[in-house]
Design a protein. Structure first.
Length: 550
């Protein structure tokens, strides 16, 4: 009788399976013949010889049926759960280490995984190898290697798995992500990665790097001897965004690349040895003014440009600046972002990128901002939407006109608001957006904007901030928005700030906001509330608001 490990109460009762009479006679006769011949070869018949013969026959039958049982079990288990197409879609979400692991579950899964070429077209490589002399920032900060995060265990790398699965995708296009998790990764690992990819470069379409050291990226490209004929996207990022040590990298030929992002100030591109004829989106660290001109020359079809400024002083001539400005003016570039600009660059870098044809221009100042930086607003047309907010602990001013032209500046010093208004047409501003925290600080320096008819304010429900803002808002100043008709108050939805203890916004606070915007004697047509609960008697707002919409 067959035995199972399933508890009696959990067994599925099925109809008895009975052998056909002819099969039963055939099996019985075969077993009896084998049994008798085996006993005859064993010599004298004893109880031990009979028991051993039965055991040998049992093992033989079990070994013969085992492969068939495994195959049937695998098929039944899969059929009873998910089809192969669904399983593969799930497996695509796993890192390659886990994709390899699922191929060892059963023969059906292994066959499905290995024969599904698309499952191996997106691969991730990582390494965080430490040796006894490792002096990376992670080890020195933690003190002992035993205190490191589990991802930084010495020898933790999937290089072997990565190498073995590269060929499983056949001739399909490849997407590869590589992460170097420490800043002292031995250069051999970058070169090993290059060696693994060398036979597959003709299939590589997307390559992304996260590096801690410029050497990791430089060693990788130094280890390659072939171009990337089909690469469409190259992304290289580093956490040391404002670090001023750098190393040049020489990229291989990228005849079909459309996006190249080298983000973080640890690496710079050697533009004297590269051509990118089809590139549309470029992000890199600029070492000098000539770098900008060489990059523009190497990328004739550029549409979006992001520059990380590493200049300590301007060394280029005015003729170089004129060439850059002319190149941008006649090119297809419609979006320019300048990161980590210094105050003095307002008079040097700004003129070369401030081109009227640009749909979007963003300047991020890393030091004290120069007032001339706000000159980028001067070419905007009528009906300007002006937004003042905070992003990444920096003040951000964005202006967009009715034609869709967008200009924005990000900086550290609030006082820069004072010089904003001489660079933007007061009569053109028709709508405003800002946080109440920002408004309470800048309202006393804002001119009268009589053309503003709508405004949107984000409000925090923190009780301490509310009291502080009310006192500031109640200061007597000329009403800056006399023509205001519609006001939207929305919650900041900041869980860290508001959290579960968030309170409704007092009616007195809303009244203080209204009077600070338009004055105590004027009314607005509509107050819209988004995620705001009012606390108090709404009748107090009757003399200021025609209707409230929630």
């Amino acid at each position: 009788m067959l035995q199972t490990n399933i508890p009696a109460g959990d067994r599925v009762v099925a109809d008895d399976i009975i052998l056909m009479p002819e099969h039963e006679r055939e099996l019985s006769g075969l077993l009896l013949r084998v049994f008798q011949e085996t006993l005859a070869l064993a010599g004298p018949t004893t109880l031990d010889s009979i028991s051993q013969t039965v055991a040998v026959m049992h093992r033989c039958v079990t070994a013969t049926l085992a492969p068939e049982l495994r195959s049937h079990n695998a098929r039944l288990a899969t059929i009873a759960r998910l089809p192969g197409e669904v399983l593969c879609k799930i497996w695509e979400l796993l890192p390659i280490d886990d994709r390899v692991a699922i191929s060892h579950v059963c023969s059906f899964w292994r066959s499905l995984a290995i024969n599904t070429l698309g499952l191996w077209t997106e691969l991730d490589f990582h390494t965080s190898v430490h040796d006894d002399s490792c002096n990376c920032s992670a080890c020195s900060k933690q003190g002992t290697r035993s205190a490191l995060n589990r991802d930084w265990i010495p020898g933790r790398t999937n290089l072997g798995v990565f190498r073995n699965v590269l060929s499983r995708s056949g001739l399909l296009p490849l997407t590869v992500g590589a992460e170097f998790r420490i800043d002292a990764t031995p250069f051999g690992h970058a070169r090993d990665l290059a060696k693994c990819l060398q036979p597959h470069l003709h299939r590589l379409e997307i390559l992304s790097f996260h590096v801690q050291s410029p050497g990791d990226l430089a060693w990788f490209f130094d280890g390659l001897s072939s171009p990337f004929p089909k690469l469409r996207e190259l992304r290289c990022t580093s956490p040391n965004e404002q670090h001023f040590d750098y190393r040049y990298i020489t990229l291989p030929d990228l005849p079909h690349a459309e996006t190249v992002i080298v983000q973080g100030a640890v690496v710079a591109v050697n533009w004297s040895k590269i051509q990118l004829p089809l590139i549309r989106h470029l992000h890199w660290r600029c070492q000098n003014d000539d770098d900008i001109l060489r990059a523009l020359t190497a990328c004739p079809k550029l549409e979006s440009l992001t520059i990380e400024m590493a200049l300590t002083r301007s060394t280029a001539s005015s003729a170089t600046h004129d060439l850059i400005h002319a190149h941008i003016s006649r090119s297809q570039i419609r979006d320019v972002t300048v990161l980590y600009a210094r105050g003095w660059m307002g008079s040097s870098v700004l003129p070369i990128v401030h081109v009227p044809s640009l749909r979007r221009l963003h300047m991020q100042f890393s030091g004290p901002s120069h007032p001339s930086g706000f000159a980028i607003f001067q070419d905007l047309g009528d009906d300007i939407h002006l937004c003042m907010t905070v992003r990444n602990m920096m003040d951000l001013v964005t202006a967009t006109d009715s034609a869709g032209m967008c200009r924005s500046i990000q900086y550290h010093i609030n006082a820069a608001h004072f010089s904003l208004w001489k660079y933007i047409s007061h009569s053109a501003v028709t709508s405003l957006a800002f946080s109440v925290r920002e408004w309470s600080d800048v309202r006393t320096h804002m001119p009268v904007l009589s053309s503003v008819h709508s405004a949107a304010l984000s409000v925090s429900s923190d009780a301490i901030l509310l009291v502080s803002h009310i006192s500031k808002l109640q200061q007597t100043t000329p009403a800056p928005l006399p023509g205001l008709e519609t006001l939207l108050l929305s919650s900041t939805k900041n869980l860290k700030e508001d959290g579960p203890s968030a309170r409704p916004v007092p009616v007195a606070y809303v009244k203080a906001i209204l009077t600070s915007l338009k004055g105590s004697a004027a009314r607005i047509d509509k107050l819209a509330l988004d995620g705001i609960l009012l606390d108090g008697d709404r009748k107090e707002l009757g003399d200021l608001i025609v209707r409230i919409v929630e």
